[in-house]
Design a protein around this ligand. Structure first.
Ligand SMILES: Nc1ncnc2c1ncn2[C@@H]1O[C@H](COP(=O)(O)OP(=O)(O)O)[C@@H](O)[C@H]1O
Ligand SMILES: [Mg+2]
Length: 350
């Protein structure tokens, strides 16, 4: 019997994880294999609950085992996930965050806050534990886009409790200040404010911390990248040339800061701004293209009314595009974690 288990394991070790380019057995993804009659049961531990490849894995596992290992006629796969931990974060923060993902752009108004919000909500819907920091300290938009308006955080044991919407834990300076009065902060105070959104908030366990940044290459992205080891950055751009050339500068800045580029998102694609600029940018800079979100009035309304389109209309082309974006992003984060020398998914590689 244990012989048969070995044979199934050996057969499964021919299945390659398509993103990580290693076999699923040496990645320690196959857990709790048992055999009953002609059925082999096991849990496949993915690096993200938002994995888009479940059906691919299922097909490949079946091809690897059925008809290859004598006596096994059926596989029963259970799915589970364990998001890798960015090892550089350990000891740097009291809170157990597994990854910190910044959302940046060269130009303002390209849809960073919209992408951050829909991405965070889509990841949470897939079952991940997600936080969202409104890093646009001076012009916080996340409260409105998540329907939390002028909510105020409660305080417990000297820590602020994050607010919650659509399964995402959220903190913004918008919850702490009068929205009609501008917040005026100089460089060092801005730096402190960004840090505090991490350190003075009781975040709890998080798989993904998404940070919505202000546009450009100014103080805020610098402060953030210097305060915390970022797992990576997502660059949002519109398709037209001026936006793309600004996005180029943004990519260059993060590369200088040694922050891995998770990939490029092209937002507001369509007749008005055109299409393809973001994808070309990704090609030229040799970074992944994560997806294209169409220009769509429902997206804008979702932002204005605090009801993200991934929740209200997930099958709308834009809603679907955001969900695909979340899957691609989660898959890429796993890859970045494996590629970055000192970032090892400890909890995955046994
Ligand atoms: N794909 C889209 N289709 C239509 N409107 C969008 C889309 N993405 C963003 N918007 C709208 O464009 C405006 C700017 O987006 P926002 O996310 O605030 O940009 P940023 O954070 O980069 O300044 C908002 O009103 C938002 O609702
Ligand atoms: Mg914004």
């Amino acid at each position: 019997m244990s012989d048969l288990r070995d044979q199934v394991m050996r057969a499964l070790s021919t299945v390659i994880e398509p993103e990580l380019h290693r076999d699923i057995v040496s990645l320690n993804m196959v857990r709790d294999l048992t055999i009953e009659g002609s059925t082999a049961r096991f849990t496949l531990m993915l690096t993200t609950p938002a994995c888009p490849l479940k059906h691919v894995f299922e097909k490949r596992c079946n091809e690897a085992v059925i008809g290859v290992v004598p006596g096994i006629h059926q596989l029963e796969i259970k799915w589970d996930s364990d998001v890798p931990t960015d090892r550089r974060l350990q000891g740097r923060l009291d809170v157990p965050m597994r990854s910190i993902i910044a959302v940046a752009s060269g130009k303002g108004g390209v849809g960073k806050s919209t992408v951050s919000t829909n991405l965070a909500v889509a990841l949470a819907e897939s079952g991940a534990k997600v936080g969202l920091i409104d890093g646009d300290i001076l012009n916080p938009n996340v409260p409105q886009m998540t329907g939390l308006g002028t909510g105020r955080p409660q305080v417990a044991d000297g820590m602020m409790l994050p607010l919650e919407a659509y399964g995402v834990k959220i903190m913004s300076t918008g919850f702490l200040t009068d929205p009609s009065k501008p917040l005026i902060l100089r460089g060092p105070m801005l730096h402190g404010a960004i840090r505090q959104l991490f350190t003075d908030v009781a975040w709890g366990n998080l798989d993904y911390m998404i940070v919505d940044l202000p546009p450009g290459t100014g103080d805020a992205p610098l402060s953030l990248a210097q305060s915390f080891p970022l797992t990576g950055v997502i660059i949002v751009t519109q398709p037209q040339e001026v936006a793309v050339s600004d996005a180029l500068r943004s990519i260059a800045m993060f590369e200088t800061l040694n922050v891995p580029i998770i990939g490029v998102v092209e937002n507001m694609a369509g007749d008005f701004f055109g299409e393809g600029g973001g994808e070309q940018l990704a090609q030229v800079r040799n970074v992944p293209f994560l997806g294209r979100i169409p220009l769509n009035a429902e997206v804008r309304k979702g932002g204005d009314f605090g009801r993200p389109i991934v929740v209200t209309d997930p099958n709308n082309p834009a809603g679907e595009a955001f969900r695909t974006l979340a899957q691609n992003t989660a898959a890429r984060i796993s890859v970045v974690m494996l590629q970055t020398a000192d970032v090892i998914p400890l909890n995955i590689i046994g």
